[in-house]
Design a protein around this ligand. Structure first.
Ligand code: FAD
Length: 478
């Protein structure tokens, strides 16, 4: 079973490097240089996805911009292919590289807030929880994802969906600037005035343009408490629930963002005994507006059928941002894909119910993410992220423990992905890219009409395709 993506930089060769060369490199680095055989190597090469098993030649845990610059220059000089590790949570495993250098940002997690200006700066290796922790101290938030250990780097560079999306847009829609170490080892600042082409490309174009050492985001007043709907319905009611879910664009305020998830009920209290471990559809939604209005806003979601259980409640936004955390431990086996769909009419719902019934693992889920709202009010050409008009995205999340189940889970995901194409006019989400096994076809379909422009910006900032181990945009001059 394959565990790597297909991207590889053919311009670079992998030559053995003398230990003394590494020793002099080590002296330049404030962070850590980890080589095969050293005590931390085994853990430093592993990612969240336990399926990924690659052996880099060197891992550089950078502790600041200077370390990143030294690392990039060293890799160039010694012709080492490079991967950049943010939070290490992309399912594809692109954050590590076989035989090359990992520029690891896990020691670069600092975050600081300017509450008066409602701005936050986060280093490129920060986790989502680091950002929420700092911003919520001031009752502020930036739209990010729903699991606190995910990295801001990868999440932002490909979009960023979460509980604030419909009100405030994708994470990239709130990006104000970024600092980037480019392939030639320079540090560039990018915002709407300076290096504006790079700033445009970073808002969706992934890790193709350099190592983002820091992001600046716009903040919004959120919380400290929000209302969260968490309602489990029996899977026999899935059609009714999804029919209600599809009407969100007419009936739901932008303050409400959510996901419908085909999953299994927990096999324990407080789930009633007859439903423990059974298939359910779970509606999870966050109302991010005035907390006094939240209960009323989510009430209709609690009355779609007779629930198996209803955990809806008012809670701190910080807590809401962690409700899924326990479901995604490090080292489990994962294969996730996504596909945009044009509508959620009954044939789509029937197809989803059919595929959900065949989930090969109880841990596996099938998710319907709502888009729309503020996401669709940005024009497709305004940022690199192209698919602004989609009403829904289907997240295919195969999660399992035993390597003997690899084939079944991956096959199920791929078949579902192929089948949903009949309801899609194109586009996937590169934060759920499988193993990028479709290569450039996947990248092209994700960027649609923005791909050519991205290729020419890539040709300007990374003409040799030095950053190729990511979801790779091939450089091409117009
Ligand atoms: C448990 C879990 C929950 C998730 N929930 C959501 C969600 O709610 N919403 C959502 O939109 N997505 C979600 N995702 C998907 C997530 O956005 C992607 O997995 C994302 O790529 C993770 O970012 P990372 O920095 O941890 O990834 P990494 O694996 O470290 O990096 C992913 C890619 O981005 C590049 N990269 C990362 N950081 C940088 C940087 N600073 N500079 C340059 N390149 C960089 C890497 O080189 C790599 O190619 C979730 C993923 C997981 C595992």
């Amino acid at each position: 079973m394959e565990t790597t993506s297909s991207n590889h930089n053919e311009n670079l060769s992998e030559k053995p490097i003398d230990t003394s060369v590494y020793e002099s490199f080590r002296r330049k680095i404030k962070g850590e240089v980890i080589l095969p055989g050293e005590p931390d190597y085994g853990s430093a090469r592993r990612l969240w996805n336990g399926m990924i098993d690659k052996h880099p030649a060197v891992i550089v845990r950078c502790k600041g911009i200077a370390d990143v610059i030294h690392a990039i220059r060293f890799a160039r000089e010694h012709e080492l292919p490079v991967a950049v590790r943010g939070g290490g949570h992309n399912v594809s495993g692109n954050a590590v590289i076989e035989g090359g250098m990992v520029v690891d940002l896990s020691l670069m997690r600092s975050v600081h807030v300017h509450p008066g200006e409602k701005r936050v700066w986060a280093e490129g290796g920060a986790k989502l929880g680091d950002i929420d922790h700092e911003t919520q101290a001031f009752g502020l938030a930036v739209p990010i994802g729903v699991v606190s250990r995910t990295g801001i780097g990868g999440l932002t560079l490909h979009g960023g969906y979460g509980f604030l999306t419909r009100k405030y847009g994708l994470t990239i829609d709130n990006m104000l600037s970024a600092t980037v170490v480019t392939a030639d080892g320079r540090l560039l600042y990018a915002d709407k005035n300076e290096n504006a082409d790079l700033f445009w490309a970073l808002r969706g174009g992934g890790g193709n343009f350099g190592v983002v050492t820091s992001f600046e985001f716009q903040l919004h007043p959120v919380g400290p408490e929000v209302w969260i709907a968490q309602v489990l319905y029996p899977v026999s009611q899935a059609k009714k629930v999804l029919q209600a879910f599809r009407s969100y664009q007419q009936n739901w305020p932008d303050e409400l963002s959510g996901i419908a998830v085909f999953w299994n009920a927990p096999a324990e209290e407080p789930i009633p005994e007859e439903f423990r471990g059974t298939a359910v559809i779970i509606l999870v939604a966050c109302y991010c507006g005035d907390v006094r209005e939240g209960e009323q806003a989510i009430q209709p979601l609690r009355e779609l059928a007779t629930p198996v259980a209803d955990f809806s409640s008012r809670m701190p936004f910080l807590e809401a941002q962690q409700i899924f955390d326990p479901e995604y431990p490090d080292g489990r086996r994962y294969y996730w894909k996504a596909i945009n769909i044009d509508h959620l009419e009954d044939p789509v719902i029937d197809a989803l119910i059919g595929h959900a019934a065949k989930r090969p693992s109880d841990l596996t889920s099938l998710d319907v993410w709502m888009a729309g709202g503020a996401v669709s009010r940005v024009k497709p050409e305004d940022t690199a992220y192209a698919h602004r008009g989609i009403p829904f995205m289907i997240g295919i999340e195969a999660n399992w423990e035993n390597p003997s189940e690899d084939e079944d889970n991956i096959r199920w995901s791929r078949e579902l992905f192929e089948d949903m194409k009949r309801f899609s006019s194109g586009g996937t989400y590169l934060n759920f890219p499988g193993f990028v096994e479709e290569g450039e076809a996947l990248i092209k379909s994700s960027y649609a009409g923005n791909y050519r422009r991205l290729q020419s910006i890539k040709a300007k900032y990374d003409p040799d395709n030095f950053f190729s181990s990511t979801m790779n945009i091939l450089p091409k001059k117009n």
